[in-house]
Write a protein that binds this ligand. Structure first.
Ligand code: PAF
Length: 316
């Protein structure tokens, strides 16, 4: 593994975040970034038309290499795994042609549902997690709107060999060169839970009320549910001994304010008739709460409400 910024990079999943990260890295390695997409028609479209970034009303265009066939890409230094949690089980085996012992796989999923799936996958190379509050909104295939700057934390879940740690520093450097605010964290699990608590309080409620993040603060009923859901999840984190940051309700409210006009990723999924990350967010908190004997009725309510929304459009 290398401690200099990685050169061969593949981004898996051209959703909002995947496209945003791809455009950032295209500035450093123009024309060299690969996108792997399970959808071969969309991959062909991205290969032909590239990516478009909309930021502060300006449009910028980036040529990209895109394919649905990981063999065409071959081994890379860095994989940014940007598919949503529910897509991980079918995606992970398709990554094998990209991975060697020297590859760093960086996983960007929301929630905690992805952790057992990733840890159980036994893939070659090193696995690290990324937790970000960057905002991104997918406008169409390969067309992304920048939704606001935000810090990104990177880290390993457990022990990692020294060369993998150096490689992660190189990746942090790469993102800094691309203009992102990045920190390498010793306790990434605490960051995962800090972000989870924010998603627990915002995502399902914006999907249920069909509203932008900021509108939750103007709706007394939604705000009450936000507080209760976050506090339940914080009790679960405390029972698990996770060192979450103080006052998660205030932090969630601050994120609602900072991203007031954002359409949350879950509401984007519901509007696009896609499977949401409810299992990995409120569902995963509920599962842990049940295991630990902690009451989590509001997370149960939010989980059931979003599952009911999904039932309205998902097959079976
Ligand atoms: O999932 C999301 O949409 C984002 O994590 C957040 C922070 C809720 C902002 O929209």
């Amino acid at each position: 593994m290398r401690d200099t910024p990685p050169k061969r990079v593949a981004i898996v999943g051209p959703g909002a975040l995947g496209c945003l990260l791809a455009t950032a890295l295209c500035r450093i390695f123009p024309g060299e970034i690969w996108v792997l997409d399970h959808d071969s028609q969309r991959a062909a479209l991205l290969q032909h038309s590239g990516l478009t970034l909309e930021r502060a009303g300006r449009l910028e265009h980036f040529p990209i290499q895109a394919t649905a066939d990981a063999q065409r890409i071959g081994p890379v230094d860095l994989v940014l795994l940007c598919v949503k949690s529910p897509a991980l089980p079918p995606t992970l085996p398709s990554l094998l042609p990209l991975l060697t012992e020297n590859t760093l796989l960086l996983a960007w999923q929301n929630g905690i549902g992805h952790l057992p799936v990733l840890l159980g996958a036994e893939l070659p190379g090193a696995l690290a997690l990324a937790v970000t509050s960057l905002g991104a909104h997918l406008l169409g295939p390969g067309r992304v709107r920048f939704g606001g700057a935000g810090a990104t934390s990177l880290g390993f879940l457990g022990e990692a060999p020294p060369e993998a740690r150096l490689a992660l520093q190189g990746v942090a450097e790469l993102f800094r060169m691309a203009g992102l605010e990045v920190l390498v964290e010793a306790d990434i699990l605490a960051q995962v839970w800090n972000k989870l608590l924010v998603n627990v309080g915002i995502n399902a409620l914006t999907a249920m009320y069909h509203c932008e993040n900021g509108a939750l603060l103007e709706n007394g009923e939604a705000l009450g549910l936000l507080r209760a859901a976050v506090l339940e999840a914080a009790s679960v984190a405390q029972a698990k001994g996770i060192a979450i940051a103080p006052d998660p309700v205030a932090r969630t409210i601050a994120v609602c304010r900072a991203t007031a006009s954002n359409i949350s990723s879950m509401l984007q999924d519901v509007r696009g008739n896609r499977q949401t990350e409810i299992e990995a967010i409120n569902g995963a908190v509920l599962e842990e709460a049940i295991r630990l004997g902690i009451a989590a009725p509001v997370n149960a309510e939010l989980f059931a409400a979003v599952k009911a929304l999904e039932k309205g459009y998902l097959p079976g």
